[in-house]
Design a protein around this ligand. Sequence first.
Ligand SMILES: [Cu+2]
Length: 141
Amino acid sequence: MYAPVVRGDVPSMNIISSVVVATAIMAATACGGSGGYGTSPTPPSNPGNPSATCTPGNGTVCLVSSNAFDPSSVTIAAGSSITFNNTSGTTHNVTFTTAGAPANVSDFASGTRVVAFPTAGTYNYHCTIHGLSMSGVVVVQ
Ligand SMILES: [Cu+2]
């Protein structure tokens, strides 16, 4: 007599458990930034400008969608500037690890940031969001 009720409860419990697990996974991945499982339930606050284009060279370093600086090595004359152009659609920064380097470029999702290099030297930098796999160097002569 109560059998149909019991059978009905079992699937309900499974559905609730699945929702709890799915919610936990989404909560975990939401803190992980880009990457992770599938698509994020909420869009990033700074989606960038994926339609913009960037031509590397001639003092321009492009921040590209593969999370890299292009070109990753640039040589310029002292007193020149580098324009970092973020067309990747992802937020990046330019953080120097060499003493005496110019000020870091804080997180930016799109557009350009110009950094002047008044003093000769070899300045290593990377994006702290993506780590040393997204790095570059400016040689100032
Ligand atoms: Cu980055």
